[in-house]
Design a protein around this ligand. Sequence first.
Ligand code: PLP
Length: 359
Amino acid sequence: MEKYNFNAGPCVLPRPAVESAIEAIRNFDNTGIGILEISHRTPGWERIMKETADLWKELLNIPDNYHVLFLGGGASTQFFDVPANLLKSKAAYLETGSWAKKAIKEAKFYGEVEVVASSADKNFSYIPKGYSIPEDVDYFHITSNNTIYGTEIHEDIDSPVTLVADMSSDIMSRPVDVSKYGIIYGGAQKNVGPAGVSFVIVREDILGKTGRPIQTMVDYRTHISDSEKNRSMFNTPPVFSIFVMHETLKWLKEQGGVEAIYKLNKEKAGMLYDEIDRNKLFVGTAAKEDRSIMNVCFVMKEEYKDKEAEFLKFATERGMVGIKGHRSVGGFRASIYNACPKEAVEALIKCMQDFEAQN
Ligand SMILES: *Cc1c(COP(=O)(O)O)cnc(C)c1O
């Protein structure tokens, strides 16, 4: 039976990226040696590193005064890398979910943190609005897409101070005006590759201003490096993860790039939300205007609550994988990242309709 993968991360990857990863393990770049066994200082690898960074720049229209870094440690490491590099005395954070809370916790090791607004009062089911960003802070941090709660900041906001965004789960899903940000970071394993590598898009002029010494590996300037050849190569980079990212971005470019995938993402999400709103059994958990186009969260209506386990079993038997909601929301979550085909969304909708007909 065909499987439809709705996992939240790690998650579905484009098939061609998976196929070339398999081939590269056997024979990388016609060297006769597999990618897991080559040196990261071979010319073939240096080319992949450069091409991967170039694909990022091209796909997201990244201005020349930004660098794209590929680092280890996941987005969770960026929770402390960001304040280590930017926080001199005080930072502002928007609290929109568990990941934002974790980022706030780490920033507090480096200075004062002002939480400018929070949606904790309604279990993070909306994006706070009407708050003001203080001007006396070193930066303002947002989580653009809240993977667990299915809410998303749909537009690039204007900030009077350096704007930093955790875009782990919506990077490359929509066009972004990178010039509005000082740093954009995230783990690759939601939309741009497998686990094991994180991306950091950073504007160089904001670095080196805390007046505090920084550990070598934590300092972004180490990874920027004076020579392009050594960029993100201060230590051994996560070679395999970066290779699969390279293949994933190549695939995205072939699909027509970010504008084209954005159109498709809106269509996929629109179809699924329409079904949730129409179906008598289900109800969405996120405020309508803040609904994520990547993570679609829904539960069973109060009067059908006892059917939740039954629907999960029903859907699993029809090939749906990874639709159980996160424990902090319950119900269901369909993560419909770039590589999730429209047919998967259609199959899930059919499944919801068939279950409704039975009940
Ligand atoms: C998954 C996720 C993280 C954590 O990423 P790791 O790479 O596992 O550290 C952080 N922020 C957001 C928004 C996420 O979706």
